[in-house]
Ligand binder design. Structure first.
Ligand SMILES: [Zn+2]
Length: 478
C-alpha cells in the first residue's frame, strides 16, 4: 500500500464499528445508467436500487447520500408511481468540511422484504479536495472521468456520516449492472465483466458491465483508454504501453508464484487494473485495482500490485467481538516483499531489510505516541489504528516465515484460505490453524506476544533487530 490508499484506510478504520447494531436497509443490486454532457461538465444518471430491509420491523424512510452538486429529479417505484422525497445539501456529522446532498425518500419497506426504487439524478462532479481528500479530484471531462463511491457519484444508502456510510456499505455486498454511454472515441473501464458494447446515436457507444462478484463499491473510469488483456489481468492504460506490458508480465509472474505457494484461487477471475489520473489515489476492491499514473508508470515498483494481488488469497476476517485489526494488510505487505525478492535475484535480503525498517518505524511511532506501546495488535481496529496494521503484523509474519520455514508458512496461509474462504473466519481461527500446521512449536506464546499482549513492543523499544527476535523465538521453550 502507499499513502494514497487513504480512503480505503478510512473505510477500514470505521468498518464494523456498529457491527452489532447496524442500519436495517442495505442495497442488494444496483442498475446504474449514465451518460455525460462534456460541454456542460454534467452527468445524467438513472439508478435502480434493490433495497432490502433486514430488520424485524417496517422502515418508512430511505436515507441516501449523493455528491453535493448533483440533484435528484425524481424517485419512482418499480411500477412507475412517484415517491415523495426531500433533498438538501448538508455537512457530514463527523466530517464537517464534507458536504453532501442528503435525500430522504418516503417509502415503506416491510420487514425482511425488498423494494426497488428508480432515481433520476444528475449534475456536476468537481471532487472533494476541500475536505482534505486531496486525491478525490473526480470530475467530468473528455480526458478523464472517474465515477466512484469516494465522491458519492451514485446514490448510496446512508445518513450524512462517514462512519455510518462505511459501516453500512461494508455490511452487505451488492451486485451491479452498469450501462454507460460515451462518445465512441472514449472507452469505459470497469472491474465488472463486459456484457456488450453497442453503438448508439450521435457517434456514441454504450458499454454494459456486470459485477463478477458481489462488491462494496462501483468504479467506472472513462478516458481514451487502450487495453491489454491477459489470462490473469485486464489492463486499461492511458498512454504508457511499455508500462502496461511490464505490469501484465509482472502480474502473471506474481499470480503464478502465489498460486504455487498457496494453491489455486477458488473462483479465479481476471483482475482489472485501471490507470487513473496522476494524484487520484490508488484503490483496490477484490477484483479491481485503480493505479494512478505515477504508480502505473513506475515500472520498478510493483509493491502495490503485489500487495493487492496477495489480498486475493485472504479470508474475510470478522472478529466475534470488536473490529478486525486488519493484520492481513501486514500479510499482504510481507507477501509483496517476499515475492519481490523471489522474482528478482538482485533483491535478495529485501524481506529482512523491510522487517528491520518496520521495527524502526514502529519505534519512531511509539516514541511519538507512547500510548501505542500499550495497545496489543488485536485491538488496532477497536482503537481505530490503521497504519500499524501494515507494519506490526508484517514483522510478525516475517518472524514466522523464518522461524517455521517456507513450507510450513505457505501451507498455513494456503490451507487457511482453502478452509475458510467461503465462510470467513476470526483471528482466533487463524491462530488455531497455525497451531495445527506446526504442533511441535510453542505458537501460543508467540501469538500472545504479537497479537494479544504488547510484549512485541518491548522488542521494539529495546531496539532488537529482526535477527535478534528470530533468535529469541528459535530458543523459545516456555
Ligand atoms: Zn491492502
Amino acid at each position: 500500500m502507499n499513502r494514497t490508499f487513504t480512503f480505503f484506510l478510512l473505510l477500514m478504520l470505521s468498518a464494523g464499528l456498529f457491527a452489532q447494531n447496524h442500519f436495517p436497509l442495505v442495497t442488494d443490486h444496483y442498475h446504474l445508467e449514465l451518460s455525460f454532457d462534456y460541454r456542460n461538465e454534467t452527468l445524467q444518471g438513472h439508478c435502480r436500487m434493490t433495497i432490502i430491509n433486514q430488520s424485524d420491523s417496517a422502515v418508512t424512510q430511505i436515507p441516501l447520500v449523493l455528491y453535493r452538486l448533483m440533484n435528484v429529479h425524481s424517485v419512482k417505484t418499480d411500477n412507475g408511481s412517484e415517491l415523495k422525497f426531500h433533498q438538501s445539501v448538508v455537512q457530514f456529522q463527523d466530517r464537517t468540511k464534507l458536504q453532501t446532498n442528503h435525500i430522504v425518500v418516503d417509502y415503506e419497506i416491510p420487514p425482511h422484504e425488498s423494494k426497488v426504487i428508480h432515481i433520476d439524478y444528475g449534475g456536476h462532479l468537481l471532487g472533494y479536495t476541500e475536505t482534505g481528500w486531496r486525491y478525490v479530484t473526480d470530475r467530468i471531462s473528455p480526458e478523464f472521468t472517474l465515477i466512484r463511491m469516494d465522491a458519492y457519484a451514485y446514490p448510496i444508502i446512508s445518513q450524512p456520516s462517514v462512519s455510518f456510510l462505511i459501516n453500512n456499505i461494508m455490511h452487505h455486498l451488492f451486485d451491479y449492472d452498469i450501462v454507460v454511454t460515451v462518445p465512441d472515441t472514449l472507452v469505459v473501464a470497469s472491474g465488472g465483466r463486459l456484457q456488450s458494447r453497442t453503438p448508439a446515436a450521435d457517434n456514441q457507444m454504450t458499454y454494459h458491465y456486470s459485477s463478477k462478484k458481489p462488491a462494496w463499491r462501483i468504479d467506472i473510469a472513462i478516458a481514451p483508454y487502450s487495453q491489454l488483456n491477459t489470462e490473469v489481468l485486464n489492463i486499461f492504460y492511458l498512454n504508457d504501453e511499455n508500462s502496461a506490458m511490464g505490469i501484465a508480465e509482472s502480474g502473471a509472474n506474481a499470480m503464478q508464484q502465489y498460486t504455487s505457494w498457496w494453491g489455486e484461487l477458488l473462483s479465479p477471475e481476471a483482475v482489472t487494473i485501471i490507470e487513473t489520473e496522476r494524484g487520484s489515489g490508488g484503490q483496490a476492491d477484490e477484483l479491481v485495482i485503480l493505479l494512478p499514473e505515477e504508480s502505473f508508470s513506475n515500472i520498478s515498483n510493483f509493491h502495490n500490485l503485489y500487495h493487492e494481488l496477495a489480498h486475493l488469497w485472504h479470508v474475510f476476517i470478522r472478529e466475534n467481538e470488536g473490529i478486525s485489526p486488519r493484520w492481513e494488510e501486514g500479510l499482504a505487505d510481507f507477501s509483496a516483499y517476499l515475492l519481490n525478492e523471489t522474482l528478482f535475484e538482485e533483491r535478495a535480503g529485501l524481506l529482512k531489510r523491510a522487517a528491520n525498517n518496520n521495527l524502526g518505524r514502529l519505534k519512531r511511532d511509539f516514541e511519538r505516541n507512547p500510548s501505542l506501546t500499550e495497545i496489543p495488535m488485536i485491538d488496532y481496529g477497536n482503537h481505530r489504528i490503521t497504519n500499524l496494521s501494515y507494519v506490526q503484523p508484517m514483522v510478525m509474519f516475517t518472524v514466522l516465515y523464518y522461524w517455521l520455514g517456507e513450507e510450513v508458512f505457505h501451507r498455513a496461509i494456503g490451507g487457511f484460505y482453502q478452509q475458510y474462504i467461503e465462510t470467513g473466519a476470526s483471528t482466533k481461527d487463524f491462530i488455531n490453524y497455525w497451531k495445527l500446521m506446526a504442533p511441535s512449536v510453542n505458537l501460543d506464546g508467540f501469538f500472545e506476544d504479537w497479537i494479544y499482549t504488547t510484549r512485541f513492543a518491548e522488542f521494539v523499544m529495546e531496539e532488537k533487530s529482526f535477527e535478534d527476535i528470530l533468535e529469541y523465538y528459535k530458543n523459545y521453550t516456555h
